[in-house]
Write a protein that binds this ligand. Structure first.
Ligand code: BES
Ligand code: ZN
Ligand code: ZN
Length: 458
């Protein structure tokens, strides 16, 4: 589906927005008989007009959801084209239109035919750039959905590696691969232990965007576990399915970079994407193993299912060793089941010491219609990941509660003192993959967080 800004009158189903007070002036009998009350989201087609109710619509978020519903309706009625005079909340509305076109049918033997070819947009003001950016943001999110929805037998570490090369090779984004041999040289035992049992190669992919002049350098580290069996701490069958979504953090960062490849950024951006499969074999890492991490700290493994933090910790250490001018550093990960319990399927958790950073992400999230909620610490939990004697740390907490925060605390142990206030951890375990649609997100892979991250770098 194409979204095109046009000045000329174009052919297609005309979308007409109606408030309750507009109803009196409309003569359509079909509309009157359909029970149309102009409520937000109500839609009726009469001849070549699609009437859309907007009574009670308020926020940009509402306009985004309405955009989504309009595209879905246009597809349902098999319209080939539509013409819309865009509302004030142009960016959100257009993102919604584009997101409404999403469908993952790669693995269906019978594909639905796409009938909707073009949505023409008209406006009194110049909306070309706004529309282009909104469409690109939504397309980046849909690319993340595709990656997350691609099953683990296909979306292997090699697949993601090849995807990155293919996407960024002819752009301003440079990529590097650190293979297992290199990771060994770099003493990243945490990462290597997690990936060791799998036949899939383990690696860190690094993406870099460097503008000519920049004032800030933002670093993103995304968890890319292509499948999380739990390892020897095997997940029960009820929770092992959907663990293809455990690459969600890394995929979200890739989506953000796809946007940067198109429009650039005023910031220097470096992304570290540790990729691995948490599997089982005779060579798998075990509970009771003690690992020496890149920054020299030792970790006693209590659960091989708490693998994400090991991988992220080593990449955090690597990122800080390689970059001395970091202004902000984020981890983005489907890190804990606790985050799902605390923030639901629809919300992500933020863990860190700097409230300003949290505020900034919350704002970027609000603009994207994505909710990032504060996972705060309390003073009694600060020792929850320190090992009882044998090693510096354990990879699980010594209490049953606040698992999202204790995972964040573990990661903070790999942040240098000078970077402590520059670091924020984002746990997207809930919304990265959902059992039922919400907002503009479909069931399964949502691409949640992509547009928030884009807002942080644009
Ligand atoms: N990948 C999971 C977290 C997860 C759970 C993501 C549900 C999405 C939905 C992670 O690696 C994990 O298994 N974490 C454990 C940690 C625990 C053993 C300390 C968890 O949350 O149960
Ligand atoms: Zn796990
Ligand atoms: Zn995991």
């Amino acid at each position: 589906m194409n979204i095109i800004v046009t000045k000329k009158s174009s052919k297609g189903l005309e979308v007409v927005f109606l408030n309750k007070k507009d109803l009196k002036s409309i003569k359509s009998e079909t509309l009157k008989n359909s029970g149309f009350e102009a409520k937000n989201g109500q839609m009726t087609v009469d001849a070549d007009i699609l009437y859309v109710g907007i009574d009670g619509i308020k926020t940009a978020d509402d306009w985004m959801v309405l955009g989504l519903k309009i595209t879905q309706k246009l597809k349902l009625v098999k319209a080939k084209a539509a013409v819309i005079d865009v509302p004030k909340n142009c960016a959100a509305f257009v993102a919604g239109l584009q997101l409404g076109d999403y469908d993952f049918n790669t693995y269906k033997s019978e594909k639905k035919k796409a009938t909707l070819k073009t949505i023409y947009l008209t406006s009194k003001s110049n909306i070309v750039k706004t529309v282009k950016k909104a469409v690109a943001g939504a397309q980046a999110q849909c690319a993340v959905r595709d990656l997350v929805n691609t099953p683990p037998n296909v979306a292997t570490t090699t697949f993601i590696h090849d995807y990155i090369i293919d996407k960024f090779n002819d752009t301003d984004i440079k990529w590097n691969r650190y293979d297992a041999k290199k990771l060994k040289e770099l003493k990243m035992e945490g990462h290597l232990a997690v990936g060791r049992a799998s036949v899939q190669p383990t690696m860190v992919m690094k993406l870099t965007y460097t503008p000519k002049d920049y004032k800030e350098h933002k670093v993103f580290v995304g968890k890319g576990i292509i499948f999380d069996t739990g390892g020897y701490s095997l997940k029960p069958s009820g929770s092992i399915t959907t663990m293809q979504a455990d690459k969600g953090g890394a995929m979200t960062v890739i989506g953000m970079m796809e946007y940067v490849a198109k429009f650039g950024s005023e910031y220097k951006i470096t992304a570290y994407l540790p990729l691995a499969e948490n599997s089982i074999s005779g060579d798998a890492y075990r509970p009771d193993d003690i690992l020496t991490m890149k920054n020299g700290k030792t970790v006693r493994i209590v659960s091989t299912d708490a693998e994400g933090r090991l991988l992220l910790a080593d990449s955090l250490a690597l990122a800080q060793e390689e970059n001395k001018d970091i202004s902000k550093i984020y981890t983005v990960a489907t890190l804990t089941g606790s985050a799902v319990v605390q923030f639901g399927d629809e919300g992500a958790g933020m863990v860190g010491y700097n409230d300003k950073l949290k505020k900034e992400v919350r704002k970027a999230g609000d603009k994207a219609g994505e909710d990032f909620l504060d996972a705060a610490f309390h003073k009694y939990m600060m020792d929850s990941v320190t090992s009882e004697g044998v090693a510096d740390l354990t990879n699980t907490s010594n209490r049953r509660t606040m698992g999202c925060q204790t995972a964040g605390l573990f990661l903070t142990n790999f942040i240098k003192k000078k970077n402590k206030m520059k670091y924020l951890h984002l746990d997207i375990a809930g919304p990265a993959w959902v059992p039922a649609p919400f907002g503009v997100n479909p069931k399964n892979g949502t691409g949640f967080g992509t547009r928030t991250l884009i807002n942080l770098v644009k």
